[in-house]
Write a protein that binds this ligand. Sequence first.
Ligand SMILES: *[C@@H]1O[C@H](CO)[C@@H](O)[C@H](O)[C@H]1NC(C)=O
Ligand SMILES: *[C@@H]1O[C@H](CO)[C@@H](O)[C@H](O)[C@H]1NC(C)=O
Ligand SMILES: *[C@@H]1O[C@H](CO)[C@@H](O)[C@H](O)[C@H]1NC(C)=O
Ligand SMILES: *[C@@H]1O[C@H](CO)[C@@H](O)[C@H](O)[C@H]1NC(C)=O
Ligand SMILES: *[C@@H]1O[C@H](CO)[C@@H](O)[C@H](O)[C@H]1NC(C)=O
Ligand SMILES: *[C@@H]1O[C@H](CO)[C@@H](O)[C@H](O)[C@H]1NC(C)=O
Ligand SMILES: *[C@@H]1O[C@H](CO)[C@@H](O)[C@H](O)[C@H]1NC(C)=O
Ligand SMILES: *[C@@H]1O[C@H](CO)[C@@H](O)[C@H](O)[C@H]1NC(C)=O
Ligand SMILES: *[C@@H]1O[C@H](CO)[C@@H](O)[C@H](O)[C@H]1NC(C)=O
Ligand SMILES: *[C@@H]1O[C@H](CO)[C@@H](O)[C@H](O)[C@H]1NC(C)=O
Ligand SMILES: *[C@@H]1O[C@H](CO)[C@@H](O)[C@H](O)[C@H]1NC(C)=O
Length: 542
Amino acid sequence: MDLMLKLRPSFFFSFLIFIFLLQKPNLGSASSPKCISTERQALLTFKQSLTDPSGRLSSWSRPDCCKWRGVCCDRRTSYVIKIDLRNPNQTLRRNGEFRNGSLGGKIHPSLTRLKFLSYLDLSSNDFNFTEIPEFVGHIVSLRYLNLSFSSFSGEVPASFGNLSKLESLDLYAQTFSDDLFTMNLRASKLGWLSGLSSSLTYLNMGFASLSGAGENWLQDFSRLSKLKELHLFNCELRSLPLSLPSSANLKLLEVLDLSRNYFYSPTPNWLFDLTSLRKLFLQLVRLQGSISPGFKKLKLLETLDLSKNELSGEIPAVLGDLPRLKYLDLSENSFQGQIHRFLDALSKNKGNSSLLSLSLMFDRLDGTLPESLGALRNLHILDLSENKLSGSVPKCMGNLTAIVQGKSVDEYYEYQEIRDSINLSGNNINGEMPVEILDLTYLRILNLSRNSVAGSIPGNISKLGHLETLDLSRNRFSGAIPQSLAAISSLHTLNVSYNKLEGSIPKQLKFKDPSIYAGNELLCGKPLSKKCARKQQDVVVN
Ligand SMILES: *[C@@H]1O[C@H](CO)[C@@H](O)[C@H](O)[C@H]1NC(C)=O
Ligand SMILES: *[C@@H]1O[C@H](CO)[C@@H](O)[C@H](O)[C@H]1NC(C)=O
Ligand SMILES: *[C@@H]1O[C@H](CO)[C@@H](O)[C@H](O)[C@H]1NC(C)=O
Ligand SMILES: *[C@@H]1O[C@H](CO)[C@@H](O)[C@H](O)[C@H]1NC(C)=O
Ligand SMILES: *[C@@H]1O[C@H](CO)[C@@H](O)[C@H](O)[C@H]1NC(C)=O
Ligand SMILES: *[C@@H]1O[C@H](CO)[C@@H](O)[C@H](O)[C@H]1NC(C)=O
Ligand SMILES: *[C@@H]1O[C@H](CO)[C@@H](O)[C@H](O)[C@H]1NC(C)=O
Ligand SMILES: *[C@@H]1O[C@H](CO)[C@@H](O)[C@H](O)[C@H]1NC(C)=O
Ligand SMILES: *[C@@H]1O[C@H](CO)[C@@H](O)[C@H](O)[C@H]1NC(C)=O
Ligand SMILES: *[C@@H]1O[C@H](CO)[C@@H](O)[C@H](O)[C@H]1NC(C)=O
Ligand SMILES: *[C@@H]1O[C@H](CO)[C@@H](O)[C@H](O)[C@H]1NC(C)=O
């Protein structure tokens, strides 16, 4: 009864909204924003100084500027509130299509006449390494400013300190010029950040050089008390302060990316006070020492990328205590020790591990793969390649439920699509391939190359019906290549070279490149030429 009473008013309210929505098209056209003529003039002046080879601004001549492509006006007041001129051809970056779709030329100060402009997106265009005009900092109504990927150069204007309402600032400065690693945009003085301290929630200055900002850069960023995301990827930062100033206020920070800066430093303890962190990217920053137990304080952490550093020692069990961890990349460090200790810790909440992706490639881990691995029920990506692992492929692999069931992952591994894959290449793994591995129905990539796995390739391997890549090269597989391999229609890459395989190559197998069969005792079947030798190191196809 109580519930009914509570529901009723809200139902009535929804009904009103429903009626209102029904009316909206009429209301809309009756009072649709009519462009204010001084604003129209300002926009026309702005357009005239731009270059627009693909004619994206061709609608910018009609009487009502509120209907121009990329322009939005306030419904009530008709003032221009939004300009979105982002290059629509995002995915075609760095090719001619992208370049042709780019706007260029000069940004005209007439923009400052738009007194209510709150959203300006000029990203993914080509301003040919001109400077960001100082007057952009005078559009004080801005809440959203995106100048990323647009080939600006020079110093970020100090006038940005006037943008006291700005919530989102994207200055990501990678360009599509040929030389990807030239730093064009600079921020040598960061004092202007203080003007944004009570509004900014998102800041990206990736590929802008902060080398002139000196040792105190962190102090300047740490005043941004509303900040939730800070991206400083590849900013030529040279020092990582070991303590935060007492004035620091980054309690709300959820995403921190400091990748590709050269710190040569241990992991500073202040990181562990950022207890709202969900994603932490510290790839290729020359972190030294071991992984600090402090990480256990970051209870909300989902993504941890410490790859390509100089970290050593054992991988501590504390990482297994992070209840929400999904992506863990510790590859290309110098971690040592028995892998099972760490995997046991990761999977100790049996079946409840949130981990989707685990990458430990190019470390120095040894020992055997434990049965506890099977408890990582949400795992989609396992890369343990290029270590010193021994023992056999454990049967528990068949318990990697996510791959067995093809559980979908809506998210992307940051920039990379989730592709169910197991890579154990470049270890000392021996024994036979367990048939349980054939339960991994949705596995797309299986790489066991450069190990000592023996026995036959399972005859019913076609159970891996979604397999795209199978690399079994440089092992001790013997027996025949199973016919059923030809039944996997998704398979596009195969390598079985340098094993002890015998018999003939199944006729139906579509792979004709003789080098993928080289170094076996195979007789040459139909796909290969008559010249095919018994030892196939140097076969040729006609
Ligand atoms: C870009 O424009 C040039 C000149 O207008 C044209 O020759 C070229 O084909 C265009 N390239 C693409 C990819 O559209
Ligand atoms: C974007 O690319 C499509 C083709 O993929 C092309 O038709 C369109 O004209 C391009 N847009 C711009 C603004 O260049
Ligand atoms: C800025 O624009 C780029 C595309 O040009 C987009 O990828 C990026 O997410 C935008 N930044 C923000 C903060 O919305
Ligand atoms: C870009 O700027 C350079 C000089 O810095 C100039 O030579 C070139 O013509 C400009 N390109 C375009 C497309 O405006
Ligand atoms: C904006 O910033 C500049 C430089 O920081 C300053 O000189 C100027 O007075 C400010 N303008 C406004 C409108 O606040
Ligand atoms: C796994 O999660 C369930 C429900 O969230 C909980 O009841 C169970 O105790 C957990 N098991 C372990 C071993 O933590
Ligand atoms: C796989 O999981 C099942 C229960 O889901 C369990 O009985 C079995 O022991 C597990 N096998 C391995 C090898 O871990
Ligand atoms: C292992 O395989 C995965 C999936 O194909 C791949 O992303 C990764 O780069 C491979 N590892 C190495 C060391 O090549
Ligand atoms: C298998 O992994 C190794 C890295 O250890 C890599 O070099 C090789 O290219 C991978 N095989 C395939 C087919 O991707
Ligand atoms: C696959 O083949 C192996 C022997 O080659 C057998 O032990 C296993 O039961 C087979 N699995 C299925 C599901 O047919
Ligand atoms: C197949 O594997 C061998 C040994 O791992 C490697 O040398 C060769 O390049 C691979 N062949 C192809 C076509 O990838």
